[in-house]
Design a protein around this ligand. Sequence first.
Ligand code: WT7
Length: 664
Amino acid sequence: MAEKMYHPNSELAREAHCASMEQYKRMHEKSIKEPVQFWGEIAKQFYWETPAIEDKFFSYNFDLNKGDIFIKWMEGASTNISFNLLDKNVKSGNGDKIAFYWEGNDPEDYSRLTYRKLLEETCRFANVLKSKDVSVGDKVVIYMPMILELPIAMLACTRIGAIHSVVFAGYSSDSLAERILDSKAKILITTDGVWRGEKLLLLKNICDEAAAKAKKHGHQLENCIVVAHLRRLNNPQAMDIANVSWDDDRDVWWHDEMEDAEASCYPVWMAAEDPLFILYTSGSTGKPKGVLHTIAGYLIYAATTFKYVFDYHPGDVYWCTADCGWITGHTYVVYGPLANGATSVIFEGTPFYPENDRYWSIIDKYKVTQFYTAPTAIRSLMKFGDELVKKHSLSTLKVLGSVGEPINTEAWLWFYNLIGHGKCSIADTFWQTETGGHVITPLPGATPMKPGSATFPFFGILPELLDEDGCVIEGEGEGYLVFRRPWPGMMRTLYGNHQRFQNTYFDRFNGFYCTGDGARRDADGYLWVTGRIDDMLNVSGHLMSTAEVESVLAEHSSVAEAAVVSKSHPVKGQCLYCFITPNAGMIFDEKLQVELKKKVRERIGPFAQPDVIQHAPNLPKTRSGKIMRRMLRKIAAGDRNIGDTSTLADETVIQLLFELRPCV
Ligand code: WT7
């Protein structure tokens, strides 16, 4: 059956930066055939203290036979990203423009920051960092809720050439400690705590635990800078709880340090390929990967994707619901919007507090024109029915964005019809922590949409589908999604482990960057991302590896072996389904299940909690001992169509596992 096409509304198309498929094709072709001219032209929008060397604007090697993989853009150029995002906007007369509207967890709690004020605060905090001996190349870990001090801290790092590593403030102290250790961070920035809906999170305590764990492994944090976020609420209960423990040699309050700090700070001019930030993402071996992005390429790519994919125009108010702990929050809360002088909303809370229509209230309150969120959020809000949405006007919206996982048709249509009133374009943006910015996405004024398809490559992106043997699939077909060429915003390495970078992304198909996702190309050339083809799971848009969860489960003294697979879930997209083989003599009971769930929550984070824990006296394995996850996925799904079992060492396991399957 041919899917219905949805065309951009003509009003939107008329004004759009890219206003037709013809224009898109022309620009895409130029970006591929003449990358230096294409990106060189875009780079002119920014300030470069020194220009790129004439014939060294772009160089790379994607061929392992020719040596190490490398990607370089704008060699020889130097700049400062905070200068381009802040000073440049202030100098051009936008100092009084709102950079961020901040909406707190409590609807009565809100504020705003102009570009001028954001520049001042950034400089102040950069001076604070300097006073703590932070300088070029030092690592700063940020573990904070979505408050304005978070982008200020990130930007302050860039001001002085320090490398930020933001850790999502939903991660456990173990995960935080692991990231502090791997990045060898000097400084940790956090808050006393935060309210998320009706839940209080005591972040400073988690930081204390993490710091102690890092210390045990021989790494001493020099300072912990704490924003008094709970205290400032003047809520007696919060005041009491926020009485955090304090290490006088290490801990300082943000407001104390800021009080005397100068509001100006000369930017450090950094080389184009100097590191900008490290952001950890799950790896299929279980150990997180420190994805490293560099300055110049990331800046021009973040800026360009933001401008075209959200079709941002002066006067628009843009809102991305992602947390800065994820790449979406880096590129599309901080860097992309500010590089375009945009006005955005930052929201601290959850979609469900105080009521389940909080998102829709915020859209009306700030007259949001572009709204960027995740399929899992859309699905969880659909549950509450349409009436709650219809109480709000939502009439300012022009572009809706989706990211994190494939969006199912039902959610797409609800988003399009109910939230977008059938007149907004939907940008289903496919990308990854590693890609730095959108790589496959519609452009709102140009691309006819098919619900569930991320459509076509962005400028500079050359996707291919490969079969098992690495042969390119032309035309219609399904295969491994890879990219033939680097684009400015792609990652440069895994921090401290270039070998792992090469193994993970280039070994399987030499000559190509391998995404780890599968995709299908239809008869019209549309790309449909089908999901991970490695041992990764995507729970509510959070990527994690089966190995990571398995190793936590296997640490329990009653567990002999654990195997984790994904199972589809109506709201989360996927959830974790775990098979547990207890040690001899150990009983598999309710208590064990509760303990295991708790362990995963504590060790990785609440979002990783398994939905199902099943007893598995044995696991299906090949004769060489490899666990057959393909079969476990079928059992988890309750699908008896198990396929060929002849490679199993013991074929009777399957029957037994079906019998032990809990009713889920
Ligand atoms: C993985 C990357 C990029 C920011 C959020 C996640 C999946 C992401 C889509 C989409 C289908 C998608 C892929 C990808 N994914 N967006 N629009 N359609 N799948 O970043 O944690 O690095 O995860 O998310 O599987 O590989 P991430």
